[in-house]
Design a protein around this ligand. Structure first.
Ligand code: KE4
Length: 433
């Protein structure tokens, strides 16, 4: 039994599934999860001392790479001044000001400790601000594990959701409509029949929980129009895309494609914590002023705006805001995807990939004629078996990709050309199998 196997067996005795978050258990790809002992730059080392080029980056936060000196120094200094006070600090103001300066659509925000908490709070605030109960989400998008959002598409036209998890009563998701991503007709139908009852629409603008699927410009344009027309709030879940696909998040990408585009609320996480537990939700001052202690929508958190986490987040944002940071990161990511496409082409394997900033995705399609999937059904119709074989072949060669067909991948500023070359060399071998 290897060290990873021994640790996994021991972990399963005291932690359900041996992990504190399901995707880490490798159940989608099979095999034994790697227990990570340390990380530095673009690399992870597991309990057996095996080294990996890391394309998980903690599922997005580690955009600078692991152990960036300026971030480490900021965290060490903050920790020495105190871990948590349960009282306001200047650094929370600094972080809020830094985020607001980078995201024009956000006038005020509140800091919380996880993307789930931020998404859950944004839903409650949207309902409180509009006085409406219905919410809309899209199949294949994940917004954290709040009850109202653990819901899958209803059957047929009855787009009301059914719980995807035990323990979620049907009554809790009865107000959650689930539509097909990028499906304009279903969007029009839902708003035509229930537009006046919809509090908000929550969307991953680039869906990283379907690996990598972009909302089309026509779809996003229509979504914005319908929300405005019917008084529903458009909530961008940028927990993954925020400060990851561009300095201004995915909303800045769509604002370049759709003149004047802005969501009404935004949810952030991952990168803004730099690897520490920190997330946020924000919007106009009018909407945000409905929150306690000013308004009737309650929301709270013992460790919200934690002084060590805000130090980590601020130091991270300062680094990614440097001139040229995203140009370089985007170029590295594009070179990875282009190289993977070339390797697959040379191996005669149907394959499509895409990227934006430091986030990427790829699919083993069923034929060379298949383009990038546009929705959850198309993602799940791609070749999962070949994906899983590729995942393990790459892991064996020291390349740690996302252990699931439906997850996105992440490149950091610490990934350099030799890392990309090594990854592509491993891919050429893996694809030849
Ligand atoms: P957390 O509660 O895990 O911090 O954030 C939830 C969340 C919300 N919105 C989006 C778009 C997200 O991607 C996430 C969390 N992402 C997953 C990866 N697909 C985190 C990994 C995990 O669950 O362990």
């Amino acid at each position: 039994m290897t060290s990873n196997e021994a640790l996994f067996a021991r972990a399963q005795r005291v932690i359900p599934g041996g992990v504190n978050s399901p995707v880490r258990a490798f159940r989608a790809v099979g095999g034994t999860p790697r227990f990570i002992r340390r990380a530095q730059g673009a690399y992870l080392w597991d309990a057996e001392g095996s080294k990996y080029i890391d394309y998980i980056g903690s599922w997005g936060p580690m955009i600078l790479g692991h152990g960036h000196p300026a971030v480490l120094e900021a965290v060490q200094k903050a920790a020495a001044e105190g871990f948590s006070f349960g009282a306001p600090t200047e650094r929370e103001i600094e972080l809020a000001e830094a985020i607001i300066a980078l995201v024009p659509g956000v006038e005020q925000l509140r800091l919380v400790s996880s993307g789930t908490e931020a998404g859950m709070s944004a839903i409650r605030l949207a309902r409180g601000a509009t006085g409406r109960s219905k919410i809309v989400k899209f199949e294949g998008c994940y917004h954290g594990h709040a009850d109202a959002l653990l819901v899958k598409a209803g059957s047929g036209l009855a787009t009301f959701g059914h719980p995807t998890s035990a323990g979620v009563p049907a009554e809790v998701v009865q107000h959650t409509l689930v539509l097909e991503y990028n499906n304009l007709a279903r969007l029009d139908e839902a708003f035509a029949s229930q537009g006046g009852e919809i509090a908000c629409v929550m969307i991953e603008p680039i869906a990283g929980n379907m690996n990598f699927v972009r909302a089309s410009v026509p779809f996003m344009t229509r979504l914005r129009e319908l929300c405005t027309k019917h008084g529903a709030l458009l909530v961008f879940d940028e927990v993954m895309t925020g400060f990851r696909v561009a300095l201004g998040g995915a909303q800045s990408v769509y604002a370049r494609l759709i003149p004047g585009f802005r969501p009404d609320m935004s949810v952030f996480g991952k990168v803004i914590g730099g690897g520490m537990p920190l997330a946020a939700f924000g919007g106009s001052k009018d909407v945000m002023s409905r929150l306690a202690p000013l308004g009737p929508v309650y929301q709270a958190g013992t460790l919200s705006g934690n002084p060590v986490a805000t130090a980590c987040g601020l130091a991270t944002l300062r680094e990614i805001a440097r001139p040229g940071f995203f140009d370089a990161l985007s170029a590295t990511t594009r070179s990875l995807v282009a190289g993977l496409e070339a390797a697959a082409r040379d191996a005669g394997v149907p394959f499509v990939g895409d990227s934006e900033g430091g986030m990427f995705g790829f699919f083993f399609t069923r034929s060379f004629d298949d383009g990038l999937p546009q929705n959850y059904g198309q993602v799940m119709a791609t070749d999962k078996e070949r994906f899983n074989r590729f995942f393990h072949a790459m892991l064996e060669r020291g390349v740690y990709l996302a252990p699931a067909l439906y997850e996105a991948g992440f490149v950091s500023a610490a990934h350099q050309a030799p890392d990309i070359e090594a990854t592509l060399a491993a891919a050429r071998e893996a694809l030849a199998r």
